[in-house]
Design a protein around this ligand. Structure first.
Ligand code: ADP
Ligand code: MG
Length: 591
């Protein structure tokens, strides 16, 4: 049995439960667990996958709850209109808060979400129209035709339908074109924006999308809660619950869909037990459980940083692997320039870091089909030149033309779109994604499915194409056999090759490699050289930035030599090898 079958069976069982003679108490507990899971699923996406921490999810639930409470009790409208209004207001608020904070680094988002949660709590608590701290009472039950979800047993169906559909949507999203970009962003796991941007994705946009999806899930939870309770007041939407949701996500196993349910269930059940027992032990009545949760959180972070889900998942059947159909129709390809046509033209580019001129008026050109080497001792300015050409760094002066089009001053995303693809000196793979998924990430610009399509499962045909293309590129570099291994388990040599396959998956007109041989063992270097020779035979155009002169000699048509940021010479490998100036530069640097 595959894990997806088990999940489907669990879902059917959960939805059938209220029709069985189970005690009301169970139903009540499960209602809360479902409501919490909805919010925590958003945090799985935002915090676990994306690495963006929010304390403000309770406030988004509050927006959903108060919107419907106001519309139904004060204006007398239908709860379904309340849902639409709640989602609309949440969308606008999440877009505004996200747009203001997500461009800033690290700590601004958590701080902003704390402020937002506190602000909403006191705002709602002081507004007459919303009943101040007493809230609004007498919400109607949700109805569908003649059926009214008036009892706990009935609204259970709505709650769990929403939670299970959300789980399905998030699962699908994580395994899709937008999901691969989201999984590459987490700075806590060695990710960031440089690589996804080089693949052509707007990382800001995907951070915003994650923030909005998480907020909408919380808002739905709030709507359900309001119509379950038939009343709202500010306390479930304050910062205490904001922290508790985060606690559930961390405890359950941040970043996994199963962990959202495990965390929500565990916290809810433990909270009831603790609220019953702790006052007996310590006397009086206080929120003692918060202290226990705090201690547990520290212990979990210290001893099981991936949360409890991996411990549970060990007992579950393995995840089914989606087959790759290599006969899927091919993705669109670009028309590449004829051999010998002008491809890259770099004119007097310059980069200053304060007083240091790292790249000093460098010029060179690449024609289609050329393999050009850019070499020089350490610190010569090779990587900086590379970053100027690929758009990672802005130029101080100069001009870069790709296929006749000015690309200097444009970001790496636009340059990728124009037909340039690259690898990284420090390998940037997503370690907990398979090799195949990492390479499929390179197909980003050749595919178009968005977040909604992925969550609804409408991207399947295109996904097949992307996965087939990824496998084809892996076969090209000789790693098809490792397609389903986790990228993090590979040695450095194969990882470098996977980066090349990912770059090739974008169907580039020009491929830039930054020190592909650095840190490789002899055998790995030979394997890499073989792959590059084959790509050369296929007519691919390459710019190879490399410190290792011997490695470059056998592969390139022409070599540009840099020293101290300056252009030292340019010529055939034989000319470069014979040059006393080059030898002196390398000897001088090695001394
Ligand atoms: P290479 O790749 O040839 O080893 P680099 O392009 O990395 O050389 O570096 C060239 C020079 O620019 C070095 O002196 C380096 O210290 C400096 N440099 C590179 N990046 C930066 C930066 N972001 N800020 C300041 N100096 C830098
Ligand atoms: Mg370098």
């Amino acid at each position: 049995m595959k894990r997806s079958h088990l999940a489907a069976a669990a879902a059917v069982l959960l939805l059938a439960l209220p029709f069985a003679p189970v005690p009301d108490f169970w139903i009540t507990q499960l209602n809360y667990i479902g409501l919490f899971s909805l919010v925590v699923l958003g945090l799985v996406l935002l915090t676990g996958v994306g690495g963006l921490t929010s304390f403000g999810q309770a406030a988004f639930a509050g927006v959903g709850a108060y919107a419907t409470a106001y519309l139904t009790t004060v204006l007398g409208l239908s709860p379904w209109l309340g849902l639409v209004a709640g989602l609309g207001i949440t969308l606008v608020l999440a877009l505004v808060i996200g747009a203001l904070t997500l461009r800033m680094s690290g700590h601004y988002l958590p701080l902003a979400t704390i402020c937002w949660c506190l602000a909403l709590y006191y705002l709602v608590g002081n507004l007459d129209a919303l009943g101040k701290y007493d809230g609004l009472l007498g919400l109607p039950a949700v109805t569908l035709g003649d059926f009214s979800f008036q009892s706990e047993r009935r609204i259970y169906l709505l709650i769990w339908l929403a939670a299970l559909l959300a789980a399905l949507g998030v699962t699908r999203l994580l395994d899709s074109r937008p999901g691969r970009i989201m999984r590459a962003l987490n700075t806590n796991r060695g990710g960031g924006s440089t690589m996804p941007e080089a693949m052509g994705a707007s990382t800001f946009r995907y951070k915003l999308v994650m923030f909005v999806v998480a907020a909408l899930l919380a808002s739905v939870s709030g709507w359900l809660y309001a119509h379950m309770q038939r009343s709202v007041n500010p306390s479930p939407f304050g910062i205490k619950f904001g922290i508790e949701y985060l606690f559930m996500a961390v405890l359950g196993g941040i970043g996994t869909v199963g962990g959202a349910f495990a965390g929500a269930a565990l916290v809810k059940l433990a909270e009831d037990q603790l609220q019953a027992w702790l006052p007996v032990i310590f006397g009086g009545s206080g929120n003692y459980e918060i202290i226990v949760f705090g201690v547990v959180l520290v212990l979990v972070l210290r001893f099981a940083p991936d949360g409890l889900w991996p411990l549970i998942a060990r007992w579950l059947p393995a995840r089914g692997r989606r087959a790759v159909d290599e006969n899927a129709p091919r993705l669109s390809a670009r028309s590449h320039p004829e051999g010998g046509a002008a491809l890259l033209d770099v004119r007097r580019i310059r980069k200053q870091f304060g007083g240091l001129v790292a790249v000093n008026d460098i010029s060179f050109a690449i024609r289609a089909g050329d393999i050009v080497g850019l070499i020089g001792p350490n610190g010569a300015g090779k990587s900086t030149t590379f970053n100027l050409v690929s758009g990672v760094l802005p130029l101080t002066a100069g001009e870069v033309k790709l296929l006749g089009q000015r690309v200097d001053g444009r970001g790496s995303r636009d340059i990728a779109r124009a037909g340039l693809s690259r690898t990284f000196q420090h390998v940037k793979l997503v370690p907990d994604m398979t090799v195949l998924e990492n390479v499929a990430l390179g197909c980003y610009l050749r595919t178009r499915s968005g977040t909604a399509a992925a969550m609804l499962g409408l991207d399947r045909a295109e996904e097949m194409q992307a996965r087939a293309e990824a496998l084809r590129q892996l076969r090209r570099i000789g790693l098809a056999g490792q397609a389903h291994e986790l990228a993090g388990n590979l040695a450095l040599g194969p990882q470098r090759l996977v980066e090349i396959a990912r770059a090739l998956a974008s169907d580039p007109s020009l491929l830039l490699l930054d020190e592909p041989a650095a840190g490789l063992r002899h055998k790995e270097k030979e394997a890499l050289a073989e792959v590059l020779k084959q790509l050369k035979a296929e007519g691919l155009s390459l710019l190879l930035v490399e410190h290792d002169m011997d490695f470059v000699m056998k592969l390139t048509d022409r070599i540009v030599v840099m020293e101290f940021g300056r252009h030292l010479m340019e010529g055939t490998p034989a000319e470069v090898q014979a040059s006393p100036a080059v030898r002196a530069a390398y000897l001088g640097a090695d001394e």
